[in-house]
Design a protein around this ligand. Structure first.
Ligand code: ADP
Length: 456
C-alpha cells in the first residue's frame, strides 16, 4: 500500500518537474498544479487498466493462464492465484477420495443404492444394478418405486417401516434359476435413503435343503418305528403261539436293522462332511480293497438272493490309490451293493479297476439290470432320491448310498460318472486323478482276475 502511495506521488512529481523544467513564465505555478492533477489522472488510468485486467481474468476463471504482474495488483493477483490453487488441490483431493470411496462401494458383493429425498435414484453400484435390473445410463434420477415393481418390495416401500429387511425375487429370477434378495432401506440425512441388497439364494436353498433333509429323515425313521410299535402292541395284547412270536420278532428285527442302517449311513455322511480331507500319502492297495469287496458282495448276494451269483472282479496288478481305506471301501461297496440289489441274480456283475493310459485310474461296476431312465440320472446322488422306492426299501436301501459315493469321490479328487439306459443295465464309475494313483509293483501288465472267489 505504501508503494502504491509512493508511485502515485512520484507520478505527480514527475509531471510537475517536467512542467517546471519546460516553462519559466509567470504561469508556471498554475501549470505545475495542473501537471500534478494530470499526473494523478495518468496514474489512475494505468491503475484502473491493471485492475480491469485482473477483473477480466477473474471473470474468465481461467486458472491455467494467470496474467502475472508486479505492485499492488500483482500481489493481489498472486494471492488470489495461491488461494485458487489451494482450493483446486483440495477439490481434486476430495474428488479422488470420492472416487476411491465409490470404487470400494462398486467392489462390494452387496448392492448399494442411494436415493434422494424424493425417492429418485442418485447412484447405485453394479451389484444393485444386477439385483434390480437397473441401467446407469437410463435409470439415474428415476423414481425407484416406478422401476422395482416386486409386490413384496412395493409393500415394504409404501409402508415406510424400515426396521427390518424384506425378501424379494431378484430381477433375473426364473423358475430354473431362482434368485432371492434380502433388501433393507436405511434412511439418513435430510430425507435421503441408503438401500442395501444381498443375494440370499444360497442361504435360502441351504435352509430348504435342511428342511427337506429333516423331513426325509423323520419320514424314513417313522415308518419302521410305526411298524415296530405295532408289533410290540400285538405282542403285548394278543396271546401268540411260538411260531407267530418268532415271526413277529423276525419282522421287528428287520425294522430295527433298517433304522440301524439309516443311522449308520447318516453318521457316515456327517463324518465325511466334518472330517479333514483324506491323506494323500497313505497308499491303499486296490487288490486288498477288491478282495474285501468281493467277500462282502458274496455275503450280500447270499442274503438277498439266496444264491451265489457270478461276480467278475478284474484289476491291474500293483495298483494303489492314495486315501482313506474305510472311505474307499465304503464307496466301492456301495456301487457293488447297488448292482447286486438292482439286477437279477442270474446276470453277471463286472467290477474293474484299471490304470488309465493318461494317468489315474478308473473303478467301475457294470450290471445288466433294468437300467435307469435319463431324467433320473442327474438326481441319483441327491440324498434320499430313489428311482425304485419299493425295491430300495425291500433290499435295505436308505437312499443315501450314492450321496456317500459322490462325497467320497470328491474328497479323493475323483469323479463319479453314471451311464445307464432302461433295459440296458448300468455302469457306475469312479475316476481317480493321476496324483492319487501309483503302480510301484506293477506286474506283467495283464489284468489280475478274481472269479468266483478264485484268483485266476
Ligand atoms: P438306495 O439305498 O436306495 O439304493 P442309492 O443312493 O444307493 O440309494 O441309490 C439311489 C437310487 O438309484 C436307488 O434307489 C435306485 O433306484 C437307483 N440305483 C442305484 N444303483 C442302481 C443300479 N445299479 N441299477 C438301477 N438303479 C440303481
Amino acid at each position: 500500500m505504501f508503494w502504491r502511495l509512493v508511485s502515485f506521488l512520484l507520478c505527480q512529481a514527475f509531471a510537475v518537474v517536467v512542467v517546471w523544467l519546460l516553462d519559466t513564465g509567470s504561469q508556471r505555478l498554475t501549470l505545475m498544479a495542473f501537471a500534478a492533477l494530470a499526473g494523478g489522472y495518468v496514474w489512475l488510468l494505468l491503475d484502473s487498466l491493471r485492475a480491469w485486467r485482473l477483473l477480466q481474468w477473474l471473470r474468465s476463471g481461467d486458472t491455467a493462464h494467470i496474467p502475472l504482474g508486479s505492485g499492488f495488483w500483482g500481489e493481489l493477483l498472486d494471492r488470489v492465484r495461491k488461494l485458487v490453487r489451494h482450493r483446486d488441490r483440495a477439490l481434486s483431493d476430495s474428488e479422488l477420495r470420492l472416487q476411491e470411496f465409490l470404487a470400494a462401494l462398486q467392489a462390494s458383493p452387496n448392492g448399494v443404492l442411494l436415493l434422494d429425498a424424493e425417492g429418485r435414484i442418485e447412484w447405485f453400484n453394479q451389484t444393485a444394478g444386477r439385483h434390480f435390473g437397473l441401467d446407469a445410463s437410463r435409470d439415474m434420477l428415476q423414481h425407484l418405486g416406478n422401476l422395482v415393481r416386486d409386490p413384496a418390495f412395493a409393500a415394504y416401500y409404501a409402508v415406510r417401516d424400515y426396521s427390518e429387511d424384506v425378501v424379494m425375487q431378484g430381477r433375473s429370477s426364473s423358475n430354473s434359476v431362482p434368485v432371492k434378495l434380502s433388501v433393507h432401506m436405511h434412511p439418513y440425512g435430510d430425507g435421503r435413503s441408503l438401500l442395501l441388497s444381498r443375494d440370499i439364494t444360497a442361504l435360502e436353498q441351504a435352509e430348504a435343503m435342511r428342511r427337506d433333509f429333516v423331513a426325509n429323515v423323520s419320514h424314513e425313521i417313522r415308518t419302521p418305528l410305526t411298524v415296530l410299535a405295532g408289533f410290540v402292541e400285538t405282542l403285548q395284547s394278543l396271546p401268540l403261539n411260538e411260531d407267530e412270536r418268532h415271526r413277529y420278532l423276525e419282522l421287528m428285527s428287520q425294522q430295527a436293522q433298517r433304522m440301524q442302517t439309516l443311522v449308520s449311513d447318516l453318521l457316515t455322511l456327517s463324518r465325511l462332511e466334518g472330517s479333514p480331507p483324506p491323506p494323500s500319502q497313505d497308499w491303499v492297495p486296490v487288490q486288498s480293497l477288491m478282495a474285501q469287496c468281493k467277500r462282502d458282495a458274496h455275503d450280500l448276494s447270499s442274503v438277498l438272493w439266496g444264491v451265489e451269483r457270478e461276480l467278475i472282479f478284474e484289476m491291474d496288478a500293483g495298483l494303489e490309490i492314495a486315501g482313506a481305506v474305510t472311505e474307499l471301501h465304503s464307496a466301492m461297496f456301495n456301487l457293488i451293493g447297488n448292482a447286486i440289489r438292482y439286477s437279477p441274480a442270474d446276470k453277471p456283475i463286472e467290477v474293474r479297476c484299471s490304470a488309465l493310459p493318461q494317468g489315474g485310474a478308473v473303478f467301475s461296476v457294470k450290471d445288466q439290470g433294468a437300467g435307469i431312465a435319463p431324467e433320473h440320472i442327474p438326481r441319483l446322488t441327491e440324498r434320499f432320491y430313489r428311482v425304485d422306492r419299493s425295491r430300495s426299501r425291500e433290499t435295505g436301501g436308505t437312499g443315501l448310498g450314492l450321496a456317500i459315493v459322490k462325497h467320497v469321490a470328491q474328497r479323493h479328487g475323483a469323479e463319479l460318472s453314471i451311464e445307464s439306459a432302461p433295459g440296458k443295465g448300468s455302469c457306475f464309475a469312479i475316476r481317480f486323478a493321476p496324483q492319487r494313483v501309483q503302480r510301484p509293483h506293477a506286474g506283467s501288465g495283464s489284468p489280475l482276475q478274481i472269479r468266483g472267489g478264485v484268483r485266476a
